[in-house]
Design a protein around this ligand. Structure first.
Ligand SMILES: Nc1ncnc2c1ncn2[C@@H]1O[C@H](COP(=O)(O)OP(=O)(O)OP(=O)(O)O)[C@@H](O)[C@H]1O
Length: 347
């Protein structure tokens, strides 16, 4: 059974729709990350589940029970917010023990649990340290220990690693995933960073403006088969053009492109992932001039100006990248061509 189920949840603020008929389930022990641009309703979604915001329409079920009218403190969910809001006047132990004190846990049990949690988040023995003297990453771990302390049935994280620098975020995200796996925690997290969401989540939910769900799927499904042009562009793919599909090829502003077997004929939008833009010698395929090169660690992203159609991005192995100003030819690899589903009509 799903731990959390949202059924057509709608939230409006005046004329603005923050969530539009959102449906979503989170299974026990699953980590789901909600991803989307600013203002797409991510925080509102967490607030509705926590009971900090009521839904205008639809229902929230936890463990199969409708939560309408159930107050925040009776929902058994843990919340960790973006700015982790530790109590500055309390030491680490005082912060971690906060939720336990609210539940009147006795002193010995509280001490035992605080020590266990600090061990778990990689801060053993930090009980007496003042929180003001901790680094950003350490504060984040304390906030996490505090959220986990009352053993919430669902842990909700709002931009859990938002304030930290990139290196630390990448490390912590791996630790979090490992920790949630070990504890069997059920997690609903919000982030605007797709790398973080993809690294942390079993499934991701991509939201779009107007509080609508654009796609739900595993990171691999969403990455390989974006459900719409919006999702493709949100993931950072730029090679999207209109196409007329006819048999094994599609006519596009870049010329004829191969499309996967079985693609239905008609007017569509087509995405070519940068890895499928194959750079060859000038004279082969679509004629292009190299406009820019960006080093990306194990490959180079080359921006190409074709003789016809919009700019193209190609991912090229390190040693093979052409120079800015070079004339090259481009061919397209069918396994990196995605014909996007037609847009869903508004209900
Ligand atoms: N209390 C409120 N009163 C009025 N409008 C609100 C309120 N809370 C949110 N909104 C609006 O609802 C929409 C969704 O907001 P929300 O904070 O959920 O988005 P978000 O995706 O979390 O954004 P961000 O990534 O910037 O935090 C926005 O247009 C926002 O302006």
């Amino acid at each position: 059974m799903s731990m959390l189920r949202l059924e057509d949840v709608t939230v409006r603020f005046g004329a603005r729709t923050a969530l539009d008929a959102v449906g979503l389930t989170v299974a026990e022990h699953e980590t789901v990350c909600v991803l989307g641009p600013s203002g797409s309703g991510k925080s509102t979604l967490l607030r509705v589940v926590a009971g900090l915001q009521s839904a205008d329409e639809g229902r929230v079920h936890l463990d199969g029970r409708d939560q309408s009218g159930v107050p925040v403190h009776r929902r058994g969910v843990g919340l960790m917010f973006q700015d982790h809001q530790l109590f500055p006047q309390r030491d680490v132990a005082g912060n971690v023990a906060f939720g336990l004190r609210m539940r009147r846990t006795d002193r010995a049990e509280t001490e035992r649990r605080v020590a266990e949690l600090l061990e778990l988040v990689g801060l053993p023995g930090a009980q007496r340290r003042p929180v003001g003297a901790l680094s950003g990453g350490e504060q984040q771990r304390v906030a996490l220990a505090r959220a986990l302390a009352p053993r919430p049935r669902l842990l909700m994280l709002d931009e859990p690693l938002g304030q930290l620098d990139r290196g630390l975020r990448e490390r912590l995200v791996v630790e979090l995933r490992e920790l949630f796996g070990r504890l069997g925690t059920t997690v609903l997290a919000v982030t605007h960073d797709q790398g973080e969401a993809f690294a942390l989540a079993d499934r991701v939910v991509v939201m779009q403006e107007g509080g609508r769900v654009a796609q739900i799927g595993t990171p691999l499904e969403v990455w390989q088969r974006p459900a719409s042009e919006f999702v493709a562009r949100f993931l950072g793919f730029r090679n999207v053009v209109p196409a007329t599909v006819n048999g094994p090829t599609a006519r596009t502003p870049w010329g004829e492109l191969p499309v996967p077997d079985g693609t239905a004929a008609g007017e569509r939008r087509v995405l070519v992932r940068p890895a499928g833009v194959r750079v060859a010698a000038a004279g082969d395929g679509l004629r292009c001039v190299v406009g820019a090169r960006t080093f990306r660690g194990d490959h180079v992203v080359v921006r190409l100006r074709p003789e016809a159609g919009p700019e193209l991005e190609a991912a090229v192995p390190l040693g093979d990248a052409p120079e800015v100003g070079d004339r090259v030819g481009v061919a397209f690899a069918v396994d990196e061509v995605v014909v996007l589903p037609p847009p869903r009509p508004f209900p």
